[in-house]
Each structure stands twice: as C-alpha cells, then as structure tokens.
Ligand binder design. Sequence first.
Ligand code: PSU
Ligand code: MN
Length: 344
Amino acid sequence: MNLPPAHSPKLPWAATAEVADALRAGHPVVALESTVLTHGMPREPRAMSAQFIAAHPLWNAALPANLAAAQAAEARVRAAGAIPATIALVDGRICVGLRREELERLCGDATATKVSLRDFGSAIARGRTGGTTVAATAAIAAQAGISLFATGGIGGVHRGWIQSFDLSADLLAIATHPVLVVSAGVKVILDLPATMEALESLGVPVIGYRTKFLPRFTAAPDPAIPLPDSVDEPAEAARVLAAHWSLRPNCGALLMQACPTEFAIESQYLEGALAAALAAADLQGVRGAATTPFLLGRLAAAQGGAAVLEANLALLCANASLAGSVAAALAASALDRWRLDSAQ
Ligand code: PSU
Ligand code: MN
C-alpha cells in the first residue's frame, strides 16, 4: 500500500543562538531580506561619495558592497534597540540570523540563487546557497515568530503584466503571513498603480511613514498615488499594526518611507534608464524571476549608476532603523503582552 508522503508542516529553519535567545525572551527582533544582497548589490568593494560616507560614518568601504550593506543594515537594527536576523539559505539550510562567515559566504557566492517561495524545496534538497526574496523571507520570519522585517523595495505587479502575468510572489506572501514589511515602497521598475490595486484586493494595509504618497524605492514618492493612511512615529505604527492584527492575525502589512531625500534619484532620469532596460529585457527574452534583478542591475549599471547604488544603500539602512524602532515599540505594546499571555 502506498502511504501519503510524510511531510513536515514546518520549514526546517535554524536560528543563531543570539536570535533564538532574543525570541525566547520576547526581545524585539527584525528579520532582513537577502536577495537584495545576492542579486541587488555588487560583490566587490565600491568607492562611495563623500556625501554618502558623511551620512553613513560606519560604512566599511574596504568590504564588498553587498557585505558592507548587510553589516550596515544589521548595525542600524541594533542601534534602534532590536536584534537583527538576516534570513538566507546556506548549503540548503534555512538560516534565521547569519554568523559572520555565513554572511561572507552568501555575499561572496556568485552562484547564490534567488530563493522565492516556489524554490524552497529545490534549494533545500540540493543544498543550495541563496538569498531569500521578500516572499520567502516573510514565510520564514512568520514560522520563526518574527513579526517585523526590513527590505529595500517590495516586488509587485510588473509593467506589461497584462501580457506577462508577472505578479511578484511578494504580494500574496505579505497578504498571508503575519509580518510587517518595512520598505521604501514599491520598486520603481513596476506598475505602481496596478500594485496598489493588487494590495487593496488582497486586503493588505499600506501605511506611509511620514509620507502621504507612495514611496517609489530609489525615487521620491509619487504625488499621484496617495496612501490610505500614514503615521509619524514608530509607536503610532505599532498601534495601527496591533489593531490590524487583532482582527486579521494572519495578514501582513506594509510600512513605507521615502528614500532619504538627499540620495533620492530624479524620477525622470530613472524612467529614461528604465525604458532602455525594459527594451533590453524584451530583446534578450528576460522573463520570470530574472526580470527584477535584470532591470535593477541595468539601472545600477547605467550612467549615474553609482548614485542609484547609494540610494539603494541609504534606503536599506533607513528601513532597517525604522523596522528596529517599530519592533521595539511593538514589543512594548499591549498586543504583544496579550499574545505572550495567551501563549502560556
Ligand atoms: N532588491 C534588489 N534586487 C532584487 C530584489 C531586491 O536590488 O532582486 C528582490 C527582492 O527580494 C524582492 C524580489 O522580493 O526582488 C522580487 O522579485 P520578483 O519581482 O521576481 O518577485
Ligand atoms: Mn515575477
């Protein structure tokens, strides 16, 4: 007789001792996404502008840019009073928090894959090393009991979606996991109004942090796209979130802030570079999971690409800080106390 395949309902993840201790103690923890490291930033050191160094005094320019970014984001989370947990796959193991050697390996591995929700089984069974997307990070964070995570920009509905049906797995994943994703909005390469419609359809709250308009990743917020709500302080964000989760405990939410103004890229410049990148993608038949890294890579390689990288780094650091502050506020909130009580 054939038995149904034995399966575990849980993803086989393991946390570092520091993260496990923090979770057990109810200390605020912020997960960090890792596809941005493996597929969104250079694997070698880059000289940064004086303006960037002045705003990021701890930036380690001797390190590969992606490794320096990972360390900078983790440092920002700590400075805000939370424990960082960078999530990634290393040799097929799902890691919640990476030790220094693991982070170095991940950031230095040119064969690291982009791991989205559909890729877990393959990546685990084949012992792969890879960066987890927002969608995959949300799934792991939820299982680990981490309610906050920071990224650069979320995936969404791609331009030309009517033909390609290219809708990022990020959207449904955020709608079905109890995590607050802190970002600089929706990646500027996407169809922004369509992405907002999709989020509304999925019932995902989109909250601006000190902005009333949709942040566009490396570009300033779009004055044509108002957000349904905005907050001015981390504690206010935590209150909105607590109320949301009291009614919809399994649905995630989005908190978005603008790219720091001094590093934001002129949207007209980005649209020009993007038009060329989209044409190149079409010509080369780039599709599916390769699309987002290809388009972002083209923007970063275009003239003025150094500024695009700095914008990406600046917003990642700012998001890590904000996520840390909201995690701290949330840990102090009544809902968390209630959750703790009811779990005992
Ligand atoms: N940042 C980058 N490059 C990327 C991503 C972020 O600079 O590739 C990833 C994020 O992890 C995001 C994912 O979740 O792109 C979305 O990809 P897709 O559109 O294929 O769903
Ligand atoms: Mn896609």
